[in-house]
Write a protein that binds this ligand. Structure first.
Ligand code: GLU
Length: 307
């Protein structure tokens, strides 16, 4: 027990110099306020115990990590056939916000749910008649997963909404091609709130643990995500979870993981634990510099690669 705590404390110290090599995201203006020296990790075991170290109290917004959660909700609501009629299953090799393949790839649907176009198409499917109903439904699901009352950071959501013109253009393109329906501004309000859901690395590790536990809640033993949906989500985390370095990450770390531009990374080691990492300074690809180092050292230490 103490051994794990000592190990995490040690890994944080070793990874700190890597953290400050990165740069905090600023294309969403409110994210540029984050402290680049922050670094935190939590391991949440399937026996419902957790270990954490570093700046683990710091809250951060999920950004792209939320895409995995929304996908799980929508897959459970509609099933694979309907969801994958709107979004594909293939990695793109393009930046997360690229519009390029939407035009060149036929049929005109986003290649996967982890890039922005695909995530917007998935968020568009959340059940509800109004933005408020859809948002309440998503937030309730997230609170179920963390077992805590979580909320969103209004400043970050607003800041993204004001500057999300690339996502806006992806939406209009997809609307033209029948991939999404409804009002684009409403969808952006919902998507930016989803991305601005805020928690610390302990909550994030707990969500990763539910996926690692085949969708079963650790406290109640309830199946909160179906086994099949948990499997699909973890597969996307492996193939497209770490932007354009998903391949390199699979080789060096080998843990299903999803990264966000806030510097969070959610890891899910099947049958073992969930991992929550936070370090807002990012590498050129958009992954947390310190977080990558932490996960690489941790996976090597415990031989956690699924390969
Ligand atoms: N809200 C961000 C966006 O759409 C999420 C990007 C990310 O974390 O990869 O640009």
């Amino acid at each position: 027990m103490n051994h794990t705590q000592d190990l995490l404390d040690d890994l944080i110290n070793q990874a700190r110099p890597f953290a400050i090599k990165g740069k905090v995201a600023d294309y969403i203006p409110a994210l540029s306020d984050q402290d680049p020296t922050d670094l935190a990790i939590c391991i949440y075991s399937l026996d419902n115990t957790s270990f954490y170290s570093g700046d683990y109290m710091k809250k951060f917004t999920l950004q792209s990590i939320s895409k995995v959660i929304t996908l799980a909700l929508v897959l459970m609501d509609y099933g694979e056939e309907k969801v994958f009629s709107k979004v594909g299953m293939e990695p793109t090799g393009d930046p997360f916000n690229s519009i390029a393949k939407l035009e060149t790839h036929k049929p005109s649907k986003p290649l996967n749910p982890m890039i922005n176009a695909g995530a917007l198409a998935v968020t568009n499917m959340i059940k509800g008649d109004t933005v408020i109903e859809k948002w309440d439904r998503l937030l309730e699901f997230i609170c179920h997963l963390t077992g805590e009352k979580v909320s969103y950071n209004e400043d970050v959501a607003y800041s993204e909404l004001q500057t999300a013109n690339l996502n806006r253009s992806l939406c209009y393109f997809m609307k033209q091609h029948g991939v999404i329906t409804g009002n684009v501004e409403d969808l952006l309000v919902l998507y930016t709130k989803q991305c601005a859901v805020e928690m610390n690395c302990v909550d994030l590790a707990k969500i990763g643990a539910v996926f690692a536990n085949d969708g079963i809640d650790l406290e109640t033993g309830r199946q909160v995500i179906s086994r099949d949906v948990a499997r699909i989500c973890k597969t996307f985390m492996v193939t497209c979870g770490m932007y354009n370095s998903s391949g390199e990450f699979a080789i060096k770390v080998g843990i299903p993981a999803k990264s966000g531009v806030s510097g969070g990374i959610m890891g899910s080691v099947p049958g073992k634990c969930g991992i929550g990492v936070f370090g807002p300074a990012l590498d050129e690809i958009g992954n947390s510099s310190g977080g990558l180092k932490l996960l690489e050292m941790l996976s090597t230490k415990y031989s956690w690669s699924i390969f």
